[in-house]
Ligand binder design. Structure first.
Ligand SMILES: [Zn+2]
Length: 152
């Protein structure tokens, strides 16, 4: 009997479900259940800035901005390239992404991720200065902190 080509064998199988196309990105410190909820939000959100791994990248970037711990104020830098990866150079974009993901999550997962974000928010508030010219009505609080100049 002639051997069937792998493609021909696969042709008869059902298409993989959305979840199996890529493995969920493990986010250190989050439960598997919340990690899966985050992944589901990232995959299903019709949002250019949300992609599998975006939440992990955002958390890393947010923490990195606040490291090392110091009393010197820090200034979010405006982004030069607005693609979904370079955008993370601007820490306020990372916080935007976290906000959008939090808005997509079911209650328990939102609370768990929120507990990871809250101490970073507190540190960010401490380490940045208020921007007196920010629009208090339209911008989220993390976008109302005094930015630095563009990176030379
Ligand atoms: Zn870019």
């Amino acid at each position: 009997m002639p051997r069937s080509r792998p493609g021909a064998l696969r042709a008869g199988l059902p298409r993989p479900r959305l979840w199996t196309r890529r493995f969920p990105v493990k986010i250190p410190g989050l439960s598997a259940r919340t990690g899966l909820a985050v992944y589901r939000g990232e995959v299903l959100a019709n949002d250019y800035d949300l992609f599998p791994g975006a939440t992990k990248d955002a958390l890393l970037r947010y923490r990195e901005f606040l490291t090392p711990v110091s009393r010197r104020p820090r200034h979010p830098q405006p982004i030069v390239c607005s693609c979904r990866h370079c955008s993370f150079d601007d820490v306020t974009h990372a916080r935007d992404v976290l906000d959008r993901v939090l808005g997509l999550l079911p209650t328990r997962a939102r609370a768990e991720l929120g507990r990871r974000v809250a101490p970073l928010d507190a540190a960010f508030l401490k380490r940045t200065l208020p921007d007196p010219f920010a629009d208090r009505r339209s911008d989220a609080w993390w976008n109302r902190r005094l930015p630095g100049g563009p990176v030379a």
